[in-house]
Design a protein around this ligand. Sequence first.
Ligand SMILES: Nc1ncnc2c1ncn2[C@@H]1O[C@H](COP(=O)(O)OP(=O)(O)OP(=O)(O)O)[C@@H](O)[C@H]1O
Ligand SMILES: [Mg+2]
Length: 255
Amino acid sequence: MTTLLRVEGLTRLFGGLVAVNKVDFDVEEGKIIAIIGPNGAGKSTLFNLIGGTISPSSGKVFFAGNDITGWKPYSIARAGIARTFQTTALFEELPVYVNLVIGHRMRTRSGLWDVILHTPRQKREKNETTAKVLEVLEFTELGEYINAPAGSIPQEAQKRLAIGVALMGNPRLLLLDEPTGGVGMGETDNIIALIDRIRAKGVTVCVIEHKMRMIMSLADRIVALNFGVKIAEGDPQRVCDDPAVIEAYLGECIA
Ligand SMILES: Nc1ncnc2c1ncn2[C@@H]1O[C@H](COP(=O)(O)OP(=O)(O)OP(=O)(O)O)[C@@H](O)[C@H]1O
Ligand SMILES: [Mg+2]
């Protein structure tokens, strides 16, 4: 088993508040890890620290053997970590496929002169982008919405599109912040199936979720946070039965 992500003593203060407090955990390549905990537990802050949008007060993040602590978000993205945000960040006025194209720009190298002069590089990258858009549309089962403005498609499909945008960069690790947030209990099956397909491709997934049904059907391991501190970690059923987790989660953690 290869450790793809390692978080060591990760800590982040906001003024006097310790949002993430000396958190340690490892993520093995190819696994799905769920991060659970009540509102304000520090889950999204943890993702922001891993993705580089905020820097830790102390502690380290290692990815694929490299110390990526303090790297800029685009360098971390290029290294192979992609993420979705708790509030779906799509270009709502733009068609679904354009959202995917924008998600791919991070990987292309063509500059303005390549575009103006139609260099071979620009042509090749354009073809690559088109192929990748079609592949991701099929993979996320969003083909029927290809030309629809992203904001006009069902909420559940928007969530899949946000995941699709993240997949455009061929990540090795995908961080999903509440991928079913705002989606009704009966409408999560497509999202669960998509995350399962992502795992089957060998992509490692860290997912923040409140819906226990989803966690129990997907996660290989759970990390539970409360007030920024890791209070439990391990096998999903064991973590769910942990008294500290039940207390922090007010008994919601029932599979
Ligand atoms: N940029 C910031 N500035 C100041 N405080 C912040 C900032 N980001 C988060 N916090 C605080 O840090 C704590 C953890 O927030 P975080 O968003 O990580 O929680 P969460 O576990 O994702 O919660 P939720 O389930 O509600 O999304 C909260 O008390 C929050 O108010
Ligand atoms: Mg959050």
